[in-house]
Design a protein around this ligand. Sequence first.
Ligand code: NCD
Length: 383
Amino acid sequence: MHALDKWLRNNSISRKTFSTKLNISIATLSRYLSGNRIPKQEIMQRIIYLTDGKINPSNFYIIKNNNSSSSFKNYKNDHLLGIENLKEDEISSLLNRADEIIKENRLEPKVNQKYNGKTLVNLFFEDSTRTKTSFELAAKRLGIDVINMQIETSSIRKGESLLDTAMTLNAMQPDILVIRHSLSGTPHLLANKVNCGVINAGDGQHEHPTQALLDALAIRRRKKQIKGLKIAICGDIAHSRVARSNIKLLITMGAKVNLIAPSTLMAEGLSYYGANTFSNFKEGLNDVDIVMILRLQRERMQGSYIPSAKEYFKFYGLDREKLSFAKSDALVMHPGPINRGVEIDSELADDINRTLILEQVELGVAIRMSVIEHLIHNLEFKK
Ligand code: NCD
């Protein structure tokens, strides 16, 4: 929190009252407090006078390379619960900021003082390596403290204990709560109970918005724009939250989406969003720019959906032969973790000229930094 904000709080003075005393708008005061603008000399002197010298020029700094608050204006939510209901300009705002962050990061991997004192809690009720680490790294790059809650999945009793957890966390006053849970809708439930920003890091088979955003960023950086592209999502669509978030995002951004899966792993209702469904790889990959491969999510399968992994690979595993049905410059993506020889050929998975798998991981940090910045900005703005 900015020293002046703290002083105002300790003295029970609102930003509005203080800005009136300075004869400036509340928006201008907010710009000083978020490091986007330095007060002019005469205003600075008035601040020193009004705060008895407690607040002085050393408390004001411009955050280098920081984008003006205007780039945040299109995303107005306090949470990121899903891609459903997001509009094109909201998605673009999250992607644009991530692009800037990538530039800044590569040049200067230093923490950003602006977010010092903020806290992010990682609350993962399901296993995760890359997503949890990615959120942790994103927060740390922004100078935010991270708490990784240790959760024994077996000890969680749904419903009641979830709300108990929410109330306990709320009492710790975090700024951002990142949640992954096997039950769809859990982040939405918690968002109604806590005062902080909530980010859905995957809820059951429902949504995984930051994955879809990082995938979109990867596509946009390689193919310049998403609009007009033809993108195939292949594999275990039925159990995939990644597929659901991606379908919504890609169609909102103007891409054509083909879903390719055996009938047992195709989800009903997704054509509602405008996706075309195929059970044949050759037909589904025709003229495609991007091939997105999904993992067989065995942990979510009750019963047998495929004859065997070997059989699955023969018909639905991506290898060079099947990839040749797509455009000659088509790129392959996978959210990870990959099962080599099940949904993707091992040698193809390692071909960095054709696959974006590692790039997706790197871009994940930038996207999560962008999302965190947007939510904190919105929460601050409302104070
Ligand atoms: C995905 C997930 O957990 O939904 N992975 C991820 O976030 N990197 C996809 C998967 O587990 O297959």
